[in-house]
Design a protein around this ligand. Structure first.
Ligand code: CP3
Length: 347
């Protein structure tokens, strides 16, 4: 196989096989990841160590028959590169300096030429050299809303109340923060593309927090500005937008963003989403990560169920959200085998 199935689907061409990758395919469920992670020290040290981060990016490619590698880094690299203090406390998730007023937004730096971006781009270049010919390299960033929510809350938060309130009340600093993030994220993705990323994905993990015109202004508008700008700078690079929790609004996300594919959370039925989607846009997803965690015969039947809903030419097989750290690596192999077997039967 020499063609990249992922690029074929994103380019609206019939792929040689259904492309497969998994969100968080490099991570704690893999023993080889835990080993390198222990060597690197902290998670952030690992993100900024290009040789190690590139090895981590390649780990799932060596283990499984996948069609894409996703750069090993984090969406919080962007605020970090803008000068926001960031650390990952063991077992607690990220802790950031709070950015939630005019002064702190004004203090954010442009990210070009910073050490963080340089290190991540080096990981991209190193990884691109190490990939088999049929595997595509995906770069990524967080969407402005999701990244802003971590900056406003100073870390993970169950309800993101302060961030959601700001999205509704619209203080001047909130609009400015989104604008700064649009600009920094475009520069960040451009740098990854120049370093060798062949596809980019924008993660809006908390898109489902917002509704109505607040959703339009906070999720749709910034993503649309980004995709337009990226199209201008890199016309041939496809974009995947994952507005997790957008539900019935995925069709609108696809249409307004001009994305080549949209990621879909497991709560949705792919067939229903596809029915409302312009013909040139593919869907990515949406096996339930808990089905992958659980394994067994049910896993195979859930995979078959997902596949049966979408034609190969418009589907990128993935999860509805990231792999859970407790997942048995054997279950991932089982899911991939189930996709390949079912496609072979249907051919
Ligand atoms: O998908 C991949 O394999 C590529 C790497 C990747 C990571 N994070 C590595 C990571 C990607 C694409 C992300 C995206 C990311 N990061 C998102 C968007 C996707 C989603 O999950 O909704 C978000 C919201 C973050 C922010 C983040 N990073 C949090 C909240 C946490 C802590 C929670 C947790 O799972 O521990 C992280 C840490 C993180 N990012 C880990 C990994 C492998 C675990 C770090 C460790 O080794 O301890």
């Amino acid at each position: 196989m020499n063609r990249k199935a992922l690029l074929d689907v994103l380019g609206n061409r019939m792929p040689e096989r259904r492309p497969i990758w998994f969100m968080r395919q490099a991570g704690r469920y893999l023993p080889e990841y835990r080993q390198l992670r222990a060597q690197a020290g902290s998670f952030l040290d690992l993100c900024y160590a290009p040789k190690l981060a590139s090895q981590v990016t390649l780990q799932p490619i060596h283990r499984y028959d996948l069609d894409a590698a996703i750069l090993f880094a984090d969406i919080l690299v962007v605020p970090h590169a803008m000068g926001v203090g960031l650390k990952f406390a063991e077992g607690e998730g990220p802790i950031l300096d709070v950015v939630a007023d005019e002064g702190s937004v004004r203090g954010l730096k442009p990210i070009r030429d910073g050490n963080e971006v340089r290190a991540v781009c080096q990981t991209v270049s190193l990884t691109r050299y190490g990939l088999p010919a049929h595997v595509a390299l995906i770069g990524f960033c967080g969407a402005p809303w999701t990244v802003a929510s971590y900056m406003i809350e100073g870390g993970s938060s169950e309800e993101r109340l302060r961030a959601r309130l700001a999205a509704h009340q619209r203080p001047t600093w909130f609009g400015d923060l989104l604008e700064r993030l649009v600009e920094a994220s475009c520069d960040y993705l451009s740098a990854q593309i120049e370093a060798g990323a062949e596809v980019v994905q924008i993660f809006d993990s908390w898109a489902g927090d917002l509704t109505g015109d607040v959703f339009e202004e906070t999720v749709i508008a910034p993503i649309r500005t980004m995709t337009k700008e990226l199209r201008k700078r890199h016309p041939s690079i496809p974009v995947i937008v994952f507005a997790r929790g957008a539900g019935s609004k995925h069709g609108r996300v696809a249409e307004t963003s001009g994305a080549q594919a949209v990621g879909i959370e497991q709560a949705m039925e792919l067939a229903a989403v596809l029915a409302n989607m312009a013909k040139h846009c593919a869907v990515q997803g949406n096996l339930d990560p808990i089905a992958l965690l659980a394994g067994g015969e049910r896993l195979t039947s859930r995979v078959e169920n997902v596949i049966s809903e979408v034609p190969m030419q418009r589907h990128i097989f993935n999860l509805g959200h990231g792999i859970r750290p407790a997942t048995d690596p054997g279950h991932v192999a089982q899911a991939i085998a189930a996709v390949r077997a079912m496609d072979a039967r249907r051919a």
